[in-house]
Design a protein. Structure first.
Length: 367
């Protein structure tokens, strides 16, 4: 039996009727840009996140860039980010003309290391960007204190953490602003690219809207140089239907993660992930660590198990960021993890029998 890494078919089946009805409304009203569905979704997502404002944009990378611009990051400044993240985190910084100041991660959860952040703060630091990787929330309390001491904003990269909580508070509500992605495979995924910025600050929200609309709050009145980044109305229809089910889908992910942990308990050669104290993770990805990862991955693929790697190359070792001058060994925790991490199938409709097959195959591969 083939088991995919991510399976969106069951999700789509649940929302098909609602999406069809919503699309009929959009086309009947010809409300193709900024229609009512966009406003409804923005309000609903803000409520779920526990913030005052949500601004829908075209994708997650734009969301993070717009959030950084709106809080005052400018060309020539430095923005502290973790080495263990998707390259979009760094791209959002670079597209402003700022410089990613990369730091290592903690060895247990592979999240931004506060001690490394503290050591990386300089007079050029303009923001700190923790990444809520794999659906877990970064240690924001410590990071917020570091940011406050440095006099800079904290901007969350919440692209993988829709619905995740830390001490009862939602990811995307801790920083001055947060960027998230609704890429189809996310916990809350559109039927294409989409993203959003969340914030409690009305002026930050206004700036995001202005920059994302060609620098214009009113038609043909362009106060700054902006660009075109809008949440598509069709995507808003899909997201609105899925948002109503997100809490339930996240609970299924948590149940699947708990069953994986049970199956993997006592299995030599596999390090299973754990949740940090205070976190209610949403398990966007279920990432184990193994030796000879590439060989193990090959065995899983040969058996029809759709495992993956998130991410095989830390940001500082990509060709895109060779100019920063970091060499192998600079961030050892992230580098060691990159050689060992393995993402197992994880989605809300994953069945226990499928998980058992995954772990049985994994046990053979590492045995």
């Amino acid at each position: 039996m083939s088991i995919p890494l991510v399976d969106l078919r069951a999700q789509q089946a649940e929302i098909a009727d609602e999406v069809r009805a919503g699309l009929d409304e959009v086309f009947a009203a010809t409300a193709f840009v900024g229609g009512p569905a966009v406003g409804r979704f923005e309000q609903a997502y803000a409520r779920m996140t526990g913030v005052e404002h949500c601004v829908g944009v075209a994708n997650g990378t734009d969301a993070l860039e717009l959030a950084l611009r709106a809080v005052g990051v400018e060309a020539g400044g430095e923005v502290i980010i973790p080495a263990n993240t998707f390259i979009a985190t760094a791209e959002a910084v670079s597209r402003i003309g700022a410089v990613p100041a990369i730091v290592d991660v903690d060895p247990e959860h592979l999240l931004m290391d506060p001690d490394a952040v503290r050591a990386a703060v300089t007079a050029r630091t303009q923001a700190i960007v923790p990444v809520h990787l794999f659906g877990q929330v970064a240690p924001v309390e410590e990071l917020l204190k570091i940011a406050a001491d440095a006099g800079v904003p904290l901007v969350e990269d919440a692209a993988q953490s829709q619905g995740a909580l830390r001490n009862g508070r939602a990811a995307g509500s801790f920083g001055l602003a947060s960027g998230t992605s609704f890429y189809p495979g996310k916990n809350l995924g559109a039927a294409g690219d989409a993203g959003a910025v969340t914030t409690d600050d009305a002026e930050v929200a206004r700036r995001v809207r202005v920059i994302a609309a060609h620098g214009s709050a009113h038609k043909y009145d362009h106060e700054v140089i902006g660009f075109n980044s809008r949440l598509d109305t069709v995507q808003a229809v899909v997201l609105e239907a899925k948002l109503a089910r997100l809490a339930g889908w996240n609970e299924r992910r948590r149940a699947a993660a708990a069953y994986y942990a049970e199956l993997l308990s006592g299995l030599d050669g596999v390090l299973a992930p754990t949740s940090a104290d205070g976190n209610e993770d949403v398990w966007h990805l279920y990432v184990v660590q193994v030796e000879e990862r590439d060989r193990v991955l090959s065995v899983l693929h040969e058996a029809g198990i759709g495992a993956g790697i998130h991410y095989p190359t830390p940001v500082h070792l990509t060709g895109a960021y060779a100019s920063l001058g970091h060499r192998k060994g600079t961030f050892p925790v992230a580098e060691r993890a990159a050689d060992r991490i393995l993402s197992l199938p994880m989605y809300p409709h994953l069945e226990r029998g499928q998980q058992e097959q995954v772990v049985e195959t994994l046990a053979r591969a590492v045995g």
